[in-house]
Design a protein around this ligand. Structure first.
Ligand code: ADE
Length: 228
């Protein structure tokens, strides 16, 4: 079973609309739509914004739907000069840029307990995502995706994340889904299309481009499912 998680309605609605044989279930306030998507057994959910909602959604998918692959789809802010509006960022790993126990002597971003900073994504899955995106003619970059419970919109914050983590894109859920997958031994990947420049600059404006970016990420998900 393949689990697909997006934070906002715009990030999952087209996927839900394509599903057949659907069953719907509400758990902890999240609607889980299961059935067939592109001929594969899948469950799709809109988790809500931020790491806690994303984590509870991922854990529920694993326990309740027995998902062995989790895909996080949606939009992201660009942290790389190689990623413009509508381009696709694919995770090599995720980090949580707002995790910080450095006053206790830890490196910034260390996830205490599991003692890692980077949560590796499934390389084979990511290869297929890159093939899918490139097959659609979309510029694609693979790298670290940084998650945190804040919308990044200043050059200072952007620089902090790039300097500390070498990340290529920022968003608010992937690192939590990755964390849940890490502790459960489940394969995961994050697919994000760029909606903004993450520094508040007007030429790459979130409100203007979120629709295009969400559609691009959705298209890559369906192209990926055809390859699985
Ligand atoms: N999702 C899309 N753009 C983002 C940004 N700049 N910061 C955090 N999450 C995002």
């Amino acid at each position: 079973m393949i689990g697909i998680i997006g934070a906002m309605q715009i990030e999952v609605e087209a996927l839900k609309a394509r599903m057949t044989d659907i069953k719907t279930e509400n758990i902890s306030g999240i609607e889980f739509v299961s059935g067939k998507l592109c001929g594969k057994d899948a469950v799709v959910a809109q988790c809500g914004i931020g790491k806690v909602f994303a984590a509870l959604c991922a854990q529920t998918m694993i326990l309740r739907y027995n998902t062995d692959i989790l895909i996080n789809t949606g939009v992201a802010g660009s942290l790389s000069t190689s990623l413009s509006i509508g381009d696709i960022a694919v995770s090599t790993a995720c980090v949580q840029h707002d995790m910080d126990t450095s006053p206790l002597g830890d490196p910034v971003g260390l996830l205490s307990g599991i003692n890692v900073i980077e949560l590796p994504a499934d390389a084979e899955l990511c290869d297929k995502i890159c093939e899918s995106a490139e097959g659609l003619g979309i510029n694609t970059l693979r790298g670290i995706i940084a998650s945190g419970d804040c919308f990044v919109s200043s050059s200072e914050k952007k620089k902090y994340i790039v300097d500390n983590f070498g990340a290529i894109a920022c968003e608010m859920e992937g690192g939590a889904i990755a964390h849940v997958c890490y502790v459960n031994g489940v394969r995961y990947a994050v697919i994000r299309s760029i909606s903004d420049s993450a520094d508040g600059s007007a030429h790459m404006d979130y409100g203007e481009f979120i629709g295009l970016a969400a559609e691009r990420s959705t298209n890559v998900v369906t192209a990926l499912l055809d390859r699985l």
